[in-house]
Design a protein around this ligand. Structure first.
Ligand SMILES: Cc1cc2nc3c(=O)[nH]c(=O)nc-3n(C[C@H](O)[C@H](O)[C@H](O)COP(=O)(O)OP(=O)(O)OC[C@H]3O[C@@H](n4cnc5c(N)ncnc54)[C@H](O)[C@@H]3O)c2cc1C
Length: 446
């Protein structure tokens, strides 16, 4: 077996590691070098040629450390991959080298029956973890809409929030991630147990400053979520209703609002399109009557769809967050998207943007809790008309006061608030001093 540009000795050493699978077929190297960056035409151009020289799949934590040691010894880039569902090319090896699949590490190591904390290996799928927790009367607080296929390690290292953000905010808020087991890429490879404070620097760092092998997370009580859809003729009434639901004394797991043009093109799981804007919500049983009352008060049409069926794959969750973009792109790949926190008051800014961009900008809102305050995030669907117009649109959004999270950028910083997090960089200096891990993704290091 021969890697593309890797030293023969490295490949031989890797083959001698017990508990490891190695893939070197061109089709494997190509498939495991991609994620869902195609949602961004900008990233499509930038990332399409990136390919790993070799794929490895360690079967236990010891082998992870041995692979890391060999990459360091030979100076070969090492990029980690959970399920590869990221949207910004987080798991794409910009400089080739080795892609390490973390999916075989999926044990649930401990569940604390007193406080609900769970310790789980990084490759465990969120769907499997959530199912296990439900059997214990608990559930995950936050899930991406890719919760069936994505891994917990990839969610912490590459995700931000999603289903649950309406009550629990975002992954980097203190209280969600309580500890990490990490393998470092130093001369002497170490396996460390980090507490919640030390773990913060690896949260949303795209696997650039340590290899996460296990995580300890807070969980919450399981709820038998009820699916609700609400149709609203008037956009401003729909936005007000979204806000009043998210601010009421009720329990919600999801509260999304889709502009009528989007509703028309989505699968009909939330009911047939009625030519109106639609709110999709996951509501606790004791909160349904309040949501109905709030909807009636603004003349909206309320539908109780019934309890969520998690086994089905066609729940309201699968119409929310970036799944909305997925469905729109399934019809027409010229659709792309943006991500932002809307300014307050929201309507004025949205109306200004709509009047300039018309049907090239379709609103998709998500009610979220941001630093303790109920706010509206937007993931508008955007018609691709070239990079200049996309940049113009992003500038316009900023000018009306939106905080942008650019999904057309490669680095941790450019996809976030644009600022360098010194703790992330300092942790990389300690745990990956030679810069082997996912090179090119941490701007503060570059
Ligand atoms: C349709 C669609 C909808 C989505 N919805 C959401 C959403 O609602 N919310 C959201 O936050 N995201 C969303 N995403 C993005 C993505 O699905 C999630 O962030 C997901 O949790 C990533 O998990 P993964 O296992 O696929 O990670 P990957 O894509 O494999 O990896 C993500 C990053 O984590 C790093 N990484 C992986 N494993 C480890 C490890 N063990 N140690 C250190 N670093 C590691 C990788 O190197 C990479 O940088 C969506 C994507 C799509 C395509």
């Amino acid at each position: 077996m021969k890697g593309n540009t890797l030293p023969f000795e490295l490949i031989r050493d890797l083959q001698n590691i017990p508990g490891i699978e190695i893939f070197d077929m061109p089709s494997d190297r190509k498939n495991f070098s991609r994620d869902f960056f195609e949602y961004s035409p900008v990233l499509q151009t930038k990332l399409k040629g990136c390919c790993a020289d070799l794929i490895v799949r360690p079967l236990n934590v010891e082998s992870v450390g041995l692979v890391a040691g060999k990459c360091l010894e030979y100076g070969i880039p090492l990029t980690l991959r959970g399920a590869g569902t990221g949207n910004y090319g987080q798991a794409v090896p910009l400089c080739g080298g080795i892609v390490m699949l973390m999916g075989a590490l999926r044990k649930i190591r401990n569940f604390n029956t007193i406080n609900g904390e769970v310790t789980v290996e990084a490759g465990c799928l969120l769907g499997d973890l959530n199912k296990y927790l439900i059997s214990k009367g608990r559930q995950l607080r936050l899930l991406p809409s890719t919760w069936r296929s994505a891994s917990i390690g990839g969610f912490i290292a590459g995700g931000s929030g999603g289903i649950g953000s309406v009550r629990w905010g975002f992954l980097r808020d203190p209280g969600h991630l309580l500890g990490l087991e990490v393998i470092t890429v130093e001369k002497k490879i170490r396996r460390l147990q980090l507490d919640a404070a030390a773990a913060e620097a690896l949260n949303h760092a795209y696997g650039t400053n340590g290899i996460i092998t296990a995580l300890t997370l807070a969980t919450t009580n399981a709820v038998d979520w009820q699916e609700v859809s609400i149709d609203c003729e008037d956009w401003s009434a729909a936005v007000q209703l979204l806000l009043s639901c998210s601010r009421a004394a009720i329990e919600l797991h999801l509260c999304s609002l889709l502009e009528q043009e989007i509703v028309e093109h989505l699968p009909s799981w939330s009911g047939p399109p009625l030519g109106k804007h639609r709110i999709l919500a996951l509501v606790a049983p004791d909160s349904v009557s309040t949501v109905q009352r709030l909807a009636n008060a603004v003349g909206a049409t309320f539908h109780l769809l019934g309890p969520e069926k998690l086994g089905s794959g066609n729940g309201l969750r699968e119409l929310s967050w970036n799944h909305t973009t997925l469905h729109m792109r399934a019809l027409d790949t010229d659709w792309t998207y943006l991500q932002m926190l809307l300014p307050q008051p929201e309507l004025e800014a949205m109306n200004e943007l709509k009047s300039r961009w018309g049907d090239d900008l379709l609103w998709h809102l998500e009610a979220v809790r941001q630093q303790g305050v109920q706010r509206l995030a937007a993931l508008p669907i955007v018609r691709w008309r070239g990079v200049d117009l996309l940049n113009q649109l992003m500038r316009h959004c900023k000018n009306v006061g939106a905080i942008m999270f650019n999904p057309h950028a490669i680095t941790v910083e450019d996809g976030g608030l644009g600022v360098i997090d010194v703790d992330q960089v300092e942790t990389k200096r300690q745990f990956d001093p030679k810069g082997i891990l996912n090179p090119g993704k941490l701007k503060g290091w570059s």
